[in-house]
Design a protein around this ligand. Sequence first.
Ligand code: ADP
Length: 193
Amino acid sequence: MPMFNIVIFGKPGSGKGTQADFLKNKYDLYHISTGDLFRKNISNKTKLGLEAMFYLDKGDLVPDSVTIKMLENEVLSNKDVNGYIFDGFPRTLNQAESLDSFLVSINLKINATIALDVNENELISRLLDRGKINNRSDDQDIEKIKNRFNEYNTKTSILIDFYQKQDKFFSVDGKGTVNDITSRLFDLVDSLI
Ligand code: ADP
């Protein structure tokens, strides 16, 4: 299989992380979750973590300057792979443009952006449920959740148009059981590789 790079896209709680894990295993990809990277830095109390903590707790996006550099470092430190699955990145137009030019500079490109489509009411209940079992302050407070949707709606959703213009945007119904959604994703990816 040729190198295949996927962006998994969707609102907070849409299942990106869960599904990225299945895609990673099936297609032997390297999974990069910017949210997980931030949380790892926060728990390790790194300089980057201390900088990002404040934004994550409020449900604001971390500034592009920090996020883009972290993403590029993660790619450059994991180069011997069959492809990447970008989870939670890009989330702004600036991030998307930076990702394109960064990938070109290392002879790569995004092959497909796949959105998980779920309505906000369903997402709120998923996130509050998740908040009961994880330690994420941003999953335990409805105002923080609404702020994350607002960040998505004002800064991230324009990427649909960005990737549609490149003929790389695909949307999958994100409602149903985890297995249902995984098989929708596998069918789609199989049709693209
Ligand atoms: P979710 O998609 O459920 O919100 P994530 O783990 O992807 O969860 O993101 C959690 C938080 O991490 C975001 O609310 C934001 O503060 C920060 N974050 C993650 N990815 C990015 C990004 N690409 N740009 C800016 N901030 C980000």
